[in-house]
Design a binder for this molecule. Structure first.
Ligand code: AMP
Ligand code: MG
Length: 339
């Protein structure tokens, strides 16, 4: 079965063609990083215009790479939530137009759920449940309990910034580049004098009974630190910042594992590209005897349409088809476990 995936929820325009939910035939990703660089963050108006300009070209490339014609495609999977409304609309309209021309059925997809399926795609496995979904990206920082297709319950979320967003804002305060994640990781790696040095952010993390994240406090602490010490060692600041941000992830993940007794974790999102985070997760996996998966290919960590086509495959197999009047939403429909 051949699926065409469409992803335009934020700042990547991506179209992919995937066979049987497991084999990537093409996965074209146009990243808008250069267009948002000078603003140190994604500007929604620029993002939606850029999707509109690029989507035809991305579509043609995705088809060219596989030398398939449209009538060989069985379903169209398109991200319709959550994300930037103007950006989501470009992908959704594109899917509707394709449907009108070809009559290929559409499957509307939740972007958060799709991230977890990038792992099954890469492992070429069918999904098994239950698992904990850990999503760490520019727009999301959350843990979900996943009991099946369309059965997600949020068990922890951020109260303010997403972790990737915090990395981007920190790098903007430090004036070291955009996107913040890779550049902070690079500076942190340069910090060699790690022994017996107190962290600049040692007192930021408070003990909490709840499974919850917050990154605005550390961002403000970083701002004051730089204002008061303009000559401070950037490498150490980045190292301490990164360690503290990840410490919170590991603490909350542990709590979620203990609370649910689920030892199978599927992680995704752009922040999973970070080598240090991968190390910490691998360490936790050994310590608690867990199965933790994240995409080894960094393209599959960040937003991409292959994961959308893969999740669409399982919905399509289950007989799901969207009505043509579907709309887009800035929010996910998946609610918290307690609501
Ligand atoms: P996404 O929202 O999934 O497209 O991922 C983009 C986010 O991932 C941005 O906020 C980046 O700063 C972050 N990111 C990308 N690479 C890294 C990295 N190596 N370390 C930490 N964060 C990263
Ligand atoms: Mg992105």
């Amino acid at each position: 079965m051949i699926g065409l995936g469409i992803e335009t929820s934020c700042d990547e325009t991506s179209i992919a063609i995937v066979k049987d939910g497991k084999e990537i035939l093409s996965n074209v990703v146009y990243s808008q990083v250069k267009e948002h660089e000078k603003f140190f963050g994604v500007v929604p108006e620029i993002a939606s215009r850029s999707h509109l300009i690029k989507i035809n070209e991305v579509f043609e490339k995705a088809l060219e790479q596989v030398s398939l014609s449209l009538n060989e495609i069985d379903y169209i999977a398109v991200t319709t939530r959550p994300g930037l409304i103007g950006s989501l609309m470009i992908g959704a309209q594109f899917a509707k137009v394709l449907h009108c021309i070809t009559n290929i059925p559409i499957v509307d997809i939740d972007h958060i759920e799709a991230h977890f399926y990038a792992n099954f795609l890469e492992r070429k496995e069918s999904p098994t449940y239950p698992f904990l979904g850990l999503l760490l990206s520019g727009g999301n920082t959350a843990i979900y309990r996943v009991d099946g297709l369309n059965q997600l319950k949020m068990i922890g979320n951020t109260q303010d910034d997403a972790i990737g967003e915090a990395f981007d804002k920190a790098a903007s305060i430090l004036k070291i580049g955009y996107p913040g994640g890779p550049v902070i990781e690079k500076y942190a790696k340069n910090y060699y004098n790690r022994d017996n040095q107190e962290s600049f952010f040692g007192k930021i993390l408070k003990d909490s009974q709840e499974i919850t994240f917050s990154y605005s406090g550390i961002k403000t602490a970083l701002l004051y630190l730089i204002q008061q010490n303009p000559q401070i060692d950037r490498n150490k600041v980045c190292y301490d910042f990164q360690e503290t941000c990840f410490e919170l992830i590991i603490r909350m993940l542990k709590k979620a594992i203990i609370k649910t007794n689920i030892k199978h974790i599927e992680a995704g999102g752009g922040v999973l590209a970070n080598q240090r985070l991968r190390e910490l997760l691998n360490h936790l996996s050994q310590e608690m005897n867990l199965k933790i998966y994240y995409p080894s290919n960094k393209i599959l960590c960040t937003d991409n349409a292959a994961m959308v086509a893969t999740l669409g495959y399982y919905y399509f197999l289950n007989g799901y088809r969207s009505n043509l009047d579907f709309s887009v939403s800035s929010n996910s429909f998946y609610k918290s476990l307690n609501s």
